[in-house]
Write a protein that binds this ligand. Structure first.
Ligand SMILES: Nc1nc2c(ncn2[C@@H]2O[C@H](COP(=O)(O)OP(=O)(O)OP(=O)(O)O)[C@@H](O)[C@H]2O)c(=O)[nH]1
Ligand SMILES: [Mg+2]
Length: 356
């Protein structure tokens, strides 16, 4: 029996999140701060020792490529990022042992993230994990990083099951005038919420639980994906309202009508009904291809009374990055807008920085 069958039989999948580079490290740091119920390991991987030092010691922190960067980061050099990761393949293999579902995150364009993410994805896939990468595309003002990021996304999407791209520039449209540091915080929080929502719906008792086999069908071998966030603002038609908000989401860079799959995560208060959750799923399903695999989970949270929030991961959308050149103008612009059980490298619980 392979490990994925074992997990399906015994219930919840083993989930791990690895944040790579400065951005990825900050994202997993934020996840740790938000807290995820259930067992989900959080790991930060970097070539920069100082950056690992400033994020929470609750995380497993893995310093790679010390002989290549002397622990000082790659300073944008993807070749160094690749070398650091290549020499750490075996360590990644150990970290990923027994993992069924891997979330990878980082800021594309950085030397560490762009070089390392595809290699971790490759190791994870070879070991049988479902790999969902959630990465950012740099701001227009980070010109030197944009071409590297485009190539990186193409490479990463070949190694991952789904590579969700969040375009920082769409965020700038969504909240004009937002200082960059605050924009990063918003993105980190959005990624953190997405991973938390999916993980908890997979592993915790929920109004509607997500089934790992369904999530697998929705995300497997599906290229580039997009993330959309929606919240209800009107009390009268909150279901129609939240669905419209998801579909109008400015973070969407491509047409979702051709998406091959979608995983929806619905959060509401104790007033959220099963029928409402179903309607949200059905309404979004109507907007994408009838062949698409759509699955949803719904959870009830405190302080959500009267509100509904949806985070949607769409997979297999036509990629504006496919040719290695981002068709920037093609993007849509719209008005709407536990403690972690982590095994260390030697199988014991370890916290703090590990050098590999
Ligand atoms: N979401 C988020 N994105 C960030 C953050 N910091 C930087 N970024 C974005 O991520 C991209 C990559 O930057 P880093 O993460 O610093 O790069 P790195 O992977 O550490 O690579 P090197 O430092 O070049 O070795 C940047 O171009 C920014 O667009 C952050 O705190 N959060
Ligand atoms: Mg860095």
């Amino acid at each position: 029996m392979d490990s994925s069958q074992e997990t399906l039989n015994s219930g919840a999948p083993k989930i791990l999140v690895i944040g790579v580079g400065g951005a990825g490290g900050n994202t997993v740091h934020r996840m740790n701060f938000l807290g995820i119920d259930g067992s989900c390991g959080l790991v930060a991987v970097n070539t920069d020792k100082q950056q690992l030092g400033v994020i929470s010691d609750d995380l497993i922190k893995v310093l790679i490529g010390k002989s290549i960067t002397q622990g000082m980061g790659t300073k944008g050099d993807i070749t160094k990022g690749i070398k650091a990761a290549e020499t750490s393949r075996a360590s990644f293999g150990k970290i990923l042992e027994g993992i069924n579902f891997l979330f990878l995150t980082g800021g594309m364009g950085g030397g560490t993230s762009t070089g390392t993410l595809p290699i971790i994805a490759d190791v994870a896939k070879q070991q049988g994990a479902l790999v969902c990468s959630i990465v950012t595309f740099p701001f227009d003002l980070e010109r030197s990083k944009m071409l590297k990021a485009e190539d990186g996304i193409v490479e990463l999407s070949e190694k991952s099951d789904t590579t969700v791209v969040i375009n920082n520039n769409r965020l700038a449209e969504l909240v004009p005038g937002l200082p960059v540091a605050d924009a990063f915080k918003v993105i980190d929080e959005l990624i953190a919420k997405t991973v938390k929502g999916i993980t908890e719906s997979l592993t915790q008792p929920s109004l509607v639980s997500l089934n790992f086999a369904d999530v697998k069908s929705a995300l497997s071998n599906n290229g580039v994906g997009l993330l959309a966030f929606g919240e209800s603002r009107e009390p009268t038609d909150r279901i129609g309202d939240v669905v419209q908000d998801v579909l109008n989401n400015t973070l969407l860079d491509a047409d979702i009508s051709e998406a091959k799959g979608a995983v929806l995560n619905i959060t509401g208060g104790s007033d959220l009904t099963l029928n409402e959750a179903k309607s949200i799923g059905e309404l979004i399903m109507q907007r994408i291809s009838p062949e698409a695999t759509v699955t949803w989970g719904a959870r009830v949270r405190e302080n959500f009374e009267g509100k509904v929030e949806v985070i949607a991961v769409f997979s297999g959308v036509p990629s504006p990055y496919r040719a290695g050149r981002f068709e920037r103008e093609a993007g849509k612009s719209s008005s709407g807008a536990s403690k972690y059980a982590i095994r260390g490298l030697d199988g014991k619980l370890k916290k703090g920085i590990i050098e590999v």
